[in-house]
Design a protein around this ligand. Structure first.
Ligand code: F6P
Length: 327
């Protein structure tokens, strides 16, 4: 029979994502609802190793639902990748009597959690928190919707000036090696084309889309470039276009970390709240070693191993629709 859980630690790790605070709040409030002790672990796994741990109560997480970033701060810990680092972390948890852990983050976070929960007798559940949306076992990750909304807000503004000057814009968006943000935000912002890591399309395809736009009298042409694409970096792509079409004036905007900030959208707040409560309830039911997601609006539990081995498939149908609509 699973050991009774009286005390739960929560941490955020890896790149921050809007909605992480809503998830922290949900873990803390759900834990207190079930009369458990809750500890906030600061600065991710590194803070766990360095014992940066404080007890939290329901009021500790007031007024954070609407805030971007993570009040627990985050880090990418090299030390936690070693067994020695993980042993120190375990000893710190034991010393405080913490029986279980909720980790909120992306691929690297789940990899750490997988090792930790298999090496030590600490149940761990994971919540998908990354703007990249690149984890298996969930339709959406916490922060993705907000990041897409930030991108479309920026592209709407860029369009104003693009239209005024008849310029071509290359807008680079994040996503490390996945094109979820580029595709969704590209469709939602009326981009002429998107350049995705999931595609091997040659430069000629981009030239074709640009010429199509020009022949249709499209004066503001916006190309969304996903940072991990295979054609080259955004400057190389823009230069190739400039060489081919020297009479077109073009500009480059790299949105960068802007995409990771801001108040989470309703969608991200609801997602984070549902997943946060599920993490506490699943731990109390004796579960461990799983990432929690929502697929077709239903909670889904996926072994960490599976969650990190693959990522959810990008929906290329959206790309087909984008191309129909960008004519
Ligand atoms: O994984 C989230 C993410 O924002 C990626 O989209 C991006 O490539 C990376 O993190 C940037 O990481 P850092 O903030 O460490 O520069």
């Amino acid at each position: 029979m699973a050991k009774e859980i009286n005390s739960i630690g929560v941490l955020t790790s890896g790149g921050d994502a809007p909605g992480m605070n809503a998830a922290i709040r949900a873990v803390v409030r759900a834990g207190k609802y079930y009369n458990k002790k809750i500890y906030g672990i600061y600065e991710g796994y590194q803070g766990l190793i360095e014992n940066q741990i404080l007890e939290l109560n329901a009021r500790s997480v007031k007024n954070i639902l609407e805030r971007g970033g993570t009040v627990l701060k985050s880090s990418r810990s090299e030390e936690f990748k070693t067994v020695e680092g993980r042993r120190k972390a375990y000893q710190n948890l034991k010393a405080l009597g913490i029986d279980a852990l909720v980790v909120i983050g992306g691929n690297g976070t789940f990899t750490g959690a997988m090792h930790f929960s298999s090496e030590f007798d600490i149940p761990v559940m994971g919540l998908p928190g990354t703007i990249d949306n690149d984890l298996a076992g969930t339709d959406f990750t916490i922060g993705f919707d907000t990041a897409c909304n930030v991108v479309i807000d920026c592209v709407d503004k860029i369009r104003d000036t693009a239209e005024s000057h008849n310029r071509l814009f290359f807008v680079e968006v994040m996503g490390r090696d996945s094109g979820f943000i580029a595709l969704r935000a590209g469709l939602a912002s009326g981009a002429l084309d998107v350049i995705l890591p999931e595609e091997q399309a040659p430069m000629e395809d981009l030239f074709h889309e640009l010429e199509k736009g020009a022949s249709n009298n499209k004066m503001n042409r916006i190309i969304i470039v996903s940072e991990g694409n295979k054609l080259g970096d955004t400057y190389e792509i823009a230069n190739a276009v400039r060489e081919r079409y020297p009479h077109w004036e073009s500009k480059i905007t790299i949105l960068g970390h802007l995409q990771r900030g801001g108040s989470p959208t309703c969608t991200d707040r609801v997602l984070a709240s549902r997943l946060g409560v599920a993490s506490v309830e699943s731990l109390l039911q004796g579960m461990s070693g799983q990432a929690i997601g929502i697929v077709n609006d239903v909670l889904k539990f996926t072994d960490f191993k599976e969650a990190i081995a693959s990522k959810s498939e990008i929906d290329m149908e959206l790309n087909r629709i984008l191309k129909i609509l960008s004519t």
